[in-house]
Design a protein. Sequence first.
Length: 584
Amino acid sequence: MDTYESKTGVVETRKSLNVLAKSPTGIKGFDEITVGGLPRGRTTLVCGSAGSGKTLFALEYLVRGATEHGEPGVFVAFEETAVELTQSVASLGFDLDGLVASKKLAIDYVHVERSEILETGDYDLNGLFVRLEYAISSVGAKRVVIDSLETLFSALGNEGILRSEFRRLFRWLKDRGVTAIITGERGDGTLTRHGIEEYVSDCVILLEQRVHERVATRYLRVVKYRGTMHGTNEYPFLIHAGGISVVPVTSIGLTHPASEERMSTGVPRLDAMLGGKGIFRGSSVLISGTPGTGKSSLAAHAIHSACRRGERCLYFAFEESQGQFVRNMRSIGLDLKPWLDQGRLQFHASRPTLFGLEMHLANMHRLVESFDPSVVVIDPVTNLAMVASNFEVRAMLMRLVDFLKSRGISAIFTSLTAGSGALEETDVGISSLMDTWLLVQFLEGSGERNRGLYVLKSRGMSHSNQVREFHMGAHGIDLLDVYVGPAGVLTGSARQAQEARERAEAITRQQEMDRKQRDLARKRAQVEAQILALRAEYEAEEQEVLAILDQDKRREVSLGRDREQMARLRQADPNRQQNGGGAG
């Protein structure tokens, strides 16, 4: 049984009878395209025009095999000596002299001069086979490179013999059980100059270098691969200090996880507009607007906030140099230099025309993988339209977004919007790829131009539908409430004037309320005074009446006593008097 790691990272097991054994190249991206590498124990043809990278591809295959997979190799050269090859690949970080000294690599230079060759009798490769056999046995080689066939067969013009010798060479290599790469030059209308090698090879890889709008880009395509599935598209590749990197053209897919964690944008009121917590980590954010609206400043706040949290940030700039950007951000209170010095922020500035579109993508992949940031900024993506069509830019950004999401990296893209076009539309049509879309624009009125910010969309969270005035000052970015009334949205001095009028009206209303309260207090005092006077008058009258009643009562008592006294003086019979009778 054979086990291998699939593109999704799942280790799968299949029966050996149904899986073609693969020899990993170690070339970043290529093994993904071919689902494992080159056909083990078979011959692969790498063809292309001059300067397309055939020799470097073959050499890296040998170097990676010797250093990473424990498989020594043999390089048979017909055009460059061992010294020239060593010097050529030193810039890629490959130490051929060290590999040769440690018996992990053998380099055999075969000098073939066309003028010294006379075609007569049968063509015989036995001499080459002897040298190959010796080189293979000297290091125990598992991998062999022959560079290139044109030089070896340049003196032979008989096509029948050519085809026979090609088959004989390929069979000889297969019989030795080595995995071989043979390089060949591109022919006129054919993959190779002779047009035969591609038919007898088990795998054919075409390398090309094309120029579009005076910008060169290298492409790789697997034309043929017997016995296995493989990617059939054209794939851009990059030759850099670490070797060759191939970027798959097809999107990685929509299998990446969705984080529930939120991260701040660095602007508190913007976080409040985005549900109070900012954006989702690992999401993609688009900041679009006309020139000068503050797109880069918003992006700078996000990376400044991330660096303060101890995270790594990668900034790709296509308009400003690092020094210019750091200086400009200092004017709004953001000092990015400490983060650059501490290694938390990496800044890569270049003109879009420096590379082709796919080369930019390959370079971004390489830098992201080596630096492993948590936030990536591309500022602005619309400048990439200088080297490709909008369709190509959109396809490239789709792959970049998927790549960053698969690694859980938050991506911020700025996009320049033409002032004459629709504001809710990006020049390269990438808004549908974004999870959050912020629009910054100028709001004109009262002879002024002020900035406004909208949240056009933010997937998976509630967000504000209001306009905020976007203000940049010495202490950074602040979002102010704008005045919305019958006359529309007011910003700047018009808003301040309206607020002043509202404050004056509020003062007038307050003064009127105070006056009415004073009048009410005065009336209350008057009423209370009247109540007190009436109460005093009532109490006086009450006292007088009570006094009269008391006098009347005392008078009645006094009269009663007087009548009793008079009755006693008359000596009247009290009982009789009581019974109503009188003296007769």
